[in-house]
Design a binder for this molecule. Sequence first.
Ligand code: 13P
Length: 249
Amino acid sequence: MRKPVLAGNWKMYKTPAETRSFFEAFKPLVRDATHCDIVICPPFPNLPAAVDESKGTSIAIGAQNLYWGKEGAVTGEVSGHMLQAIGCSYVIIAHSERRQYFGECEADVVRKTQAALEYGLTPIVCVGERLEEREGSRTEDVLAAQFDGGLAPLAPEHFAKIVIAYEPVWAIGTGKTATPQIAADAHRFIRQKVAKKFGETLASSARILYGGSVKPDNVSSLMAEEEIDGALVGGASLDPKSFAAVVKY
Ligand code: 13P
């Protein structure tokens, strides 16, 4: 009942010309893939090329960040209003790299998520524990704090429109994928938090993606878990054949 989402996060890779080459190769490979929502999130300068290339396909385009205001004297930032105007439909919020390198916190999650929704963008909100937190048996405390601070303050009608991505930091870019069991346990914990705060209906419809070293050869075992509603893919989304194989898990 939950339509899977397979989303590629390109991080700080590719130029506009490389973006166009990717799409030329990728589009024919996923033409028949209607079982899931496909999203590609390139860096800001590549968004116009990506939006243009995705016209007439079912591929949606997302940004990797946004600022919460509409416009203003905020040097270096990009607003939801601007992303909407160029044809984006998704935006990643609070990726662990933004939390870690740019100090994004739960208050940012709330205002960025609200701003994204105001401009018709679907937020993909990231949560996940660091290695030392998992090793210290604090995974559930961390996920609970991220949920309570960043997602619980949302209005139920806003929460209903978001996608959550569970990305354990120790699995990102390391080749150490969480086992399907570890990922499913974390998703189940998050879904229980959703049920307690927003009720069973929203909990059972919430889409929770897994992210962290998802590759063509491990995606099907992750997707076999009922709790896992898709993937947020970094490295393996940069190559058209590899991301197409992930999409067609
Ligand atoms: P990798 O797939 O490269 O581990 O990156 C995961 C990620 O951070 C996606 O947002």
